[in-house]
Design a protein around this ligand. Structure first.
Ligand code: ZN
Length: 151
């Protein structure tokens, strides 16, 4: 009965519009890009180095969403630590949102653990902020607001 009551409550914010991308931690970006472009036939959108995160990334288009392959460029990279601990694999799921700061504040107020309380600059100059896996059933969720829609 309680759960039914709860499901009738209004969500704290409107749902994200789509999965912006799925982030995959890889050891060797060139080999991974070869697999995704040659074996799966996905279109390579480009490469980017995100200095602040110590990663080199490649984006591949798949339908209306993308895959983000992340290769660590230094030991300090969170991706390097992830691969060391868990091996290569799905690292995060990014949700396309607007009203990002408002959303982060609302989530925090609702008791959700945040890794970033304020958005930071990610690939493509998008604003990104991560929610803590402890609050999201073990999935690292990235809230991603496109640079063009950040006003
Ligand atoms: Zn990402």
């Amino acid at each position: 009965m309680d759960t039914m009551e709860n499901s009738k409550q209004q969500p704290i914010m409107e749902a994200p519009k789509k999965i912006e991308h799925i982030g995959i931690a890889v050891k060797n970006l060139d080999e991974s890009v070869h697999f995704y472009t040659q074996m799966l036939g996905l279109k390579l959108l480009g490469y980017e180095t995100v200095e602040s995160e110590h990663v080199r990334v490649a984006f591949l288009q798949i339908g209306e969403t993308r895959l983000e392959l992340l290769e660590p460029t230094s030991e300090e990279s969170a991706i390097a630590r992830f691969i060391e601990k868990k091996g290569e694999g799905i690292h995060h799921i990014a949700l396309n949102v607007d009203h990002q700061q408002e959303r982060l504040t609302a989530l925090k107020d609702a008791g959700v653990r945040l890794i970033n309380e304020t958005p930071k600059l990610g690939a493509h100059n998008n604003l990104v902020a991560f929610l803590h896996p402890k609050s999201t059933n073990g999935v690292l969720l990235e809230l991603c607001q496109q640079a063009s829609s950040s006003h």
